[in-house]
Design a protein around this ligand. Structure first.
Ligand code: SF4
Length: 713
């Protein structure tokens, strides 16, 4: 591989060695496909997820190619992971709020800052090691590993920059989504230092709105920043850049783009009408289909194809039709939903399947619009007669779907969903303006379990105004749904663009960036406040010995009621995923009546037999009717007249037997119908997964870092 790269390079009259790349080293034997000649390189830096191409890169590559511009996607996140190991790659996500990924690339991006680094490491050690941080040997070993990892990131940045320069690309752009900001800034800085004439470009979710303006203002090695959706603006922008270079006049600046001319005017240079601060895609279904070939090329060149089950990202809509959850900052300033027609979604699926022989898809929509989801499931459900041609899909869903809609998901090959549950107490859900109630969430969990759909979701705590007793009240009845998929309890994050961030006074919040941020980014407080995506309520700065004091981060800060709920959910996860036999509460009709098998820990008996009226009542409450309407429905649908006393007795018996619960004024039958089907394995997740983890080729011992994990991140 290294030799073939050098041959291509020599043909173009460039010398990799002259550029400082040692083509004989083990690291460079792993370099991916060098573009023979290109105008633009678009880079995905660590720590973008490994098992799928980056949607933004695919869209931009397609848009540039359609405009006749030569472009190459560079999946440096794969290259980095190939060098240092796959487990190691995910480790920075364990300290997301501590800007760990940014710190790892921080020396390359901003230069060393020994005092701050020392404080940062002490705080990180406390966060990830907990009580073990007090043991000097443990803390020192952890520090040493972090420092080694950081050095690897610095070395990698240098190699990656030289690689890009060798490509001959005049414009070098990086994506910045989730954990990529520090790494992308580091890479662009190295490019600028080595080849000042190259034009640098940055875009992605981390550049949206004020974050993009602050990034551009504070980091002068980034020539252009795109805020918002880039696929319609990228080709015109690259064309004018090739004419004007860094000197693009403000009069020619497309909406959503910041240029060197803005920087020259200081902060005033960033004042622009609101609508000009974001690039928007006006026609979601008219642009070219995303081009993911670069991702597959890199996988192949790095020898990783057999290690990864790939999930192809596919997009049916942008924005959210609900758009009112108080904690949600997912859609930036643009919550309005835009939807592709079904025909376009299917055209994209066909194209990806043909190009890459891949039938696993991840629907990227925050929540698919109900109409599109209905049409898509209907279409796919009709197509799956032949098992061999079956497509598999992952998508997000909201509560409020009925049993038939959930059945349609399963028939369409959707066996994995992420549900926007967030809470199992309706007062909590109302407080976060979720637009759903706890009983609907239980129904969603019941029916997804019934149709063999693996449902993952979070439960949140820490909402301003929440009463601690709500968490304890939830914990009290959770054992009754032990046979349904458990959620993970997480502390609330205050994200930019959420209602908490827009109106902090209304919630009594004093939001500031996480106190680790000034230790990572060498910026003034007001710049940090513009750059930050996560916020904390009235945080105390991290002290020199690494002590921090945050609401909801350290276990000692968690109210006892939340601890009760945490323990209940952890027990639930144990029982559901790790016990030898998964808990069952299932019902089936027999000649003798309605038989129920109950293996939950809270079961009062293993087998129940319901006759006549009880059986009729139990079948009816599968739909969770309002309690006061149950008798009327029984009379109307089944001709069964139940007197109040009789109904009250039967209802109390079902609740005592824990076969039903009352929630939000509804009577909910908890048993699933028929045999409880096996759930699909996490290993087969259609959104992509590393199926054969690999060790790094360089200092694999550093992989021990992957074992450090703080459960509350
Ligand atoms: S959390 Fe989900 S449902 Fe709520 S506004 Fe955000 S995207 Fe929409």
């Amino acid at each position: 591989m290294g030799i073939s790269i050098m041959k291509q390079d020599l043909e173009r009259g460039l010398s990799m060695q002259a550029l400082g790349i040692d083509v004989t080293s083990q690291q460079n034997d792993l370099i991916g496909p060098l573009p023979s000649s290109t105008d633009v390189c678009l880079v995905s830096m660590p720590f973008a997820p490994l098992p799928r191409p980056l949607p933004a890169l695919g869209l931009l590559e397609a848009a540039l190619k359609a405009a006749g511009i030569r472009v190459t996607g560079c999946y440096f996140n794969l290259w980095f992971a190939r060098l240092y190991g796959s487990r190691y790659h995910d480790w920075p996500y364990k300290a997301l709020k501590f800007y760990l990924a940014d710190w790892l690339f921080g020396a390359a991006a901003f230069g060393p800052a020994p005092d701050k680094d020392e404080t940062y490491l002490r705080a990180l050690t406390r966060y990830l090691l907990g009580a073990r941080a007090e043991e000097p040997a443990q803390a020192e070993a952890f520090h040493a590993l972090c420092v080694q990892y950081r050095q690897r990131a610095t070395d990698f940045t240098e190699q990656a920059a030289r690689y890009l320069i060798a490509s001959g690309a005049r414009v070098i752009g990086c994506s910045s989504n989730f954990q990529q900001h520090g790494a992308s800034l580091a890479l662009l800085r190295a490019v600028k230092r080595l080849a000042p004439e190259r034009i640098t470009l940055l875009g992605g979710a981390n550049c949206e709105g004020p974050m993009g303006a602050a990034t551009h203002r504070c980091f002068p090695w980034v020539d252009y920043v795109v805020s918002g959706e880039g696929e319609e603006v990228i080709a015109p922008l690259v064309k004018v850049i090739t004419v004007h270079g860094r000197d693009l006049p403000l009069t020619e600046l497309p909406a959503g783009v910041w240029a060197p001319a803005n920087r020259q005017a200081g902060k005033a240079g960033y004042e622009r009408p609101h609508q000009e601060r974001f690039a928007s895609c006006t026609q979601l279904d008219k642009g070219p289909i995303a081009d993911y070939q670069s991702y597959f090329d890199w996988l192949g060149h790095l020898g990783l194809r057999q290690h990864i089950r790939i999930g192809i990202p596919i997009e049916g809509s942008r924005g959210c039709w609900w758009g009112r959850c108080a904690f949600c900052g997912l859609n930036g300033e643009r919550l309005r939903q835009r939807t592709k027609p079904l025909s376009r979604v299917l055209e994209e699926m066909d194209a990806f399947e043909q190009r890459h022989q891949c039938r696993d898809f991840e629907l990227l929509d925050n929540v698919p619009p109900p109409r599109l989801l209905r049409e898509l499931t209907q279409y796919l459900g009709e197509q799956v007669g032949e098992q061999a041609t079956r497509r598999r899909l992952f998508c997000e869903v909201r509560a409020g779907m009925n049993r038939e809609q959930i059945r349609a998901l399963a028939l369409a090959g959707i066996h994995y969903v992420q549900a926007g549950v967030e809470g199992l107490h309706s007062d909590l859900l109302a407080l976060m303006n979720k637009g759903t109630q706890a009983w609907q969430n239980v129904q969603l969990l019941k029916w997804t379990r019934e149709f063999g759909i693996l449902c993952t979701y979070n439960l949140l705590w820490g909402m301003p105004g929440a009463q601690d007793r709500w968490y304890a009240e939830t914990a009290a009845w959770l054992p009754a749904i032990e046979h349904l998929a458990p959620g993970v309890l997480l502390g609330l994050r205050f994200d930019r663009f959420s209602d908490y961030h827009r109106n902090p006074q209304a919630y009594g919040l004093r939001l500031q960036p996480h106190p680790s941020m000034p230790l990572v980014y060498p910026l003034a407080d007001d710049d940090l406040a513009e750059l930050s995506y996560f916020f904390e309520d009235a945080p105390v700065p991290i002290s020199a010995d690494g002590h921090f004091d945050l609401k909801g981060v350290g276990a000692e800060k968690i109210p006892p009621e939340v601890m009760t709920l945490l323990q209940a959910t952890q027990h639930w996860v144990e029982r559901f995923f790790r016990s030898r036999l998964q808990p069952i509460l299932a019902r089936s009709d027999s000649e003798r009546g309605l038989e129920l098998l109950d293996t939950r820990q809270c079961a009062v008996q293993r087998l129940h037999l319901l006759h006549d009226q009880e059986a009729q009542l139990y079948r009816l409450i599968d739909a969770a009717p309002p309690i006061e309407r149950v008798q009327a429905k029984l009379a109307q649908k089944q001709g069964l007249i139940l007197k109040d006393a009789e109904f009250d007795r039967m209802r109390a018996e079902l609740i005592d037997a824990r076969l039903a619960i009352e929630l939000d004024g509804r009577l909910i039958g908890l048993a699933i119908r028929g045999e409880q089907p096996a759930l699909p394995s996490h290993k087969d997740f259609p959104g992509g997964r590393v199926i054969r983890p690999w060790r790094g080729v360089t200092n694999p011992g550093v992989e021990r870092l992957a074992g450090y994990n703080q459960p509350w991140c």
